[in-house]
Design a protein. Structure first.
Length: 214
């Protein structure tokens, strides 16, 4: 890496064009696209110094420890006013966060049942199916991966684990909690089915889960 590049501050997030709250899948997609564009052997857009900068950004942000150190050192995501507590909103979010995690597991479980040969769901697909912010999704996925309930495959797609399936069977979420996070366009069919049909679909899923646990 050049001395000039190494000696100056580099905003890794800005360079890769991602938000500081972005999950690893988003980081990998951004890096892959830019690495192809600026690789020294790429005609017209090849740029060795930019390629080095992109590699450095990825090396730092893909390592949890180095990423945290970078964030703390450069006050990424901080407004300079010191730590704050969200107050009552925090307690309201606890139940919502748990329901979101359940909704994601249901989607991944359904994918595993419907397409066992290709059980992975790409992050960009998940974002179009779930009604949640990028920050909420990032937090939910972190939890599911830490608990071993979900994992990323070799293509960075998400899939439920055996532990995740067992967890969902033993902690069946309320229908309304799950469906509150599923976008209408993500439900089978081109249009949102009537409520009684939705309940029938989820009831069928729950019976299948019950048979699995027997």
């Amino acid at each position: 890496m050049s001395t000039t590049l190494a000696s100056k501050f580099q905003d890794h997030y800005a360079l890769l064009g991602i938000d500081p709250q972005s999950v690893s899948e988003t980081l990998q997609r951004a890096y892959a696209a830019l690495a192809r564009k600026y690789h020294p052997k790429t005609p017209l857009t090849g740029d060795a110094e930019m390629f080095d900068a992109i590699n450095l950004a990825y090396e730092v942000l893909s390592d949890p420890v180095r990423r945290r150190e970078f964030d703390e050192l450069h006050h990424v995501g901080q407004d300079g006013s010191g730590p704050t507590f969200s107050g009552l909103e925090f307690f309201d979010a606890l139940g919502r966060d748990a329901s979101l995690r359940s909704a994601i597991l249901c989607l991944l479980y359904d994918r595993r049942r419907g397409r066992p040969s290709a059980p992975g769901v790409a992050m960009r697909t998940l974002e179009t199916m779930v009604e949640a912010t990028a920050v909420e999704l990032s937090s939910a996925l972190w939890y599911l991966k830490q608990r071993g309930l979900a994992a990323s495959d070799d293509k960075s797609s998400l899939q439920i684990t055996a532990d995740g399936m067992d967890y969902l069977v033993s902690h069946k979420p309320p229908i309304e909690d799950v469906m509150a996070f599923i976008k209408p366009t993500a439900i089978a069919g081109s249009q949102t089915p009537p409520r009684h049909e939705v309940e029938s679909i989820v009831s069928t899923l729950q019976r299948a889960l019950a048979r699995t646990s027997d």
